[in-house]
Design a protein around this ligand. Sequence first.
Ligand code: HEM
Length: 78
Amino acid sequence: MSQLPEYTKGQLALRNGQDKPQIWVAYKGIIYDVTESRLWRNGKHYEHWAGQDLTDELADAPHTHEVFKRFRAVGTLK
Ligand code: HEM
């Protein structure tokens, strides 16, 4: 079984679409790479910013966590 690498909050924060080219979002301990999404361009998605744990903020969204299905899990959040 493959195990995903662990990242700290600080490492995740750099993948906010501003400091590094990658755009990552954490949900329930899993980090997803949403770099290819046009809806997350520059790390911004409506009023939400990438590079952090957005578990609690999903409640504000008009969609469920199903949206993460098409993205690759790149790690877990420490
Ligand atoms: C005001 C709050 C939000 C609004 C209005 C919003 C709106 C949308 C819309 C309209 C879509 C595309 C249609 C769909 O897949 O249903 C979408 C996709 C998505 N949303 Fe949100 N969203 C919000 C919050 C969030 C939050 C907090 C997260 C992360 C926890 C999130 C993650 C995603 C992802 C990963 C996609 C898929 C993008 C793609 O397929 O390219 N959204 N959102």
